[in-house]
Design a protein. Structure first.
Length: 261
């Protein structure tokens, strides 16, 4: 999508009209006319620019250098934290931080100095803010899974995990278990996991006879439903991530060239 000019606010249009009044050249003011490229006269080395033109160019160069230095000081203040936090291995995370910093700066500037019509101005601000929010969610890919898993965990009791200490000093955790009488009901992790009522026998976690088979069955159904909900949550997290990427692409395509005045 190519850039398109945006209608200016009445106040800005009036200022520009005052500074650059439109006027038609009278026939008596015309010295000559000829066909040629727009830059032919400027680039013609046989035609030396007048002293007034050269002074104007020099003055404009000094003004540009002054504004560059002023803007550079401002940017160092705004971008210092972002630039110092960048790492070569950050990949997409580093690019997100840069995009967020720039868009936040753009929104603040647009709110203060934007000169488009109000509806265009507010649309630019709203879409830029939405993009910043999208980028914040996309910054940590695992957060999609964590958010969905937290929603599931809130609906169930806090399950315990089997903690195994090995002779070589390593520690591993597995399974989901909930207390029943003097034992635990749940499902082990891994391939071909055991499930049912467990007790510790001689320091080892072993299947045992349940004191209440009906309660054990009910708790097992609950654990299995929990596992299914977690599985569904992870699938939904992938859907959420894809939807955010699609929305980001849509926002950039439709608005990136209109975030300007």
């Amino acid at each position: 999508m190519l850039m398109q000019s945006q209608p200016l606010s009445a106040e800005t249009a009036e200022k520009l009209k005052t500074r650059n009044p439109e006027s038609q050249k009278a026939d008596d003011d015309i010295v000559s006319q000829h066909m040629g490229h727009i830059f032919d006269d400027i680039l013609n080395r046989n035609k030396k620019p007048g002293i007034a033109t050269r002074i104007g160019w020099k003055w404009r160069s000094l003004k540009d250098n002054y504004h560059d230095a002023k803007n550079g000081r401002r940017n160092r203040k705004i971008w210092r934290k972002t630039i110092c936090g960048l790492r070569p291995w950050d990949g997409f995370g580093g690019m997100i931080n840069v995009m967020q910093t720039h868009l936040r700066d753009y929104v603040e500037t647009e709110e203060k100095y934007g000169c488009s019509l109000e509806e265009h101005k507010q649309c630019k601000i709203a879409t830029a803010k939405e993009t910043v929010e999208l980028l914040e969610r996309m910054k940590e890919p695992h957060d999609y899974m964590f958010r969905r898993r937290e929603e599931v965990d809130e609906k169930y009791p806090k399950y315990k995990h089997l903690i195994t200490h090995c002779a070589r000093g390593s520690v591993s955790t597995s399974g989901d278990f909930i207390a029943q009488d003097s034992g635990w009901v749940g499902i082990e992790a891994g391939k071909d996991p055991r499930e049912g009522y467990f007790e510790f026998v001689g320091g080892r976690f072993e299947l045992a006879e349940s004191p209440d088979p009906d309660e054990t069955g009910r708790l097992l159904i609950q654990v299995k439903q929990y596992h299914q909900d977690i599985h569904d949550a992870y699938r939904q997290a992938e859907v959420d991530s894809d939807a955010d990427f699609d929305r980001l692409a849509e926002l950039l395509k439709e608005n990136m060239y209109t975030w300007w005045d």
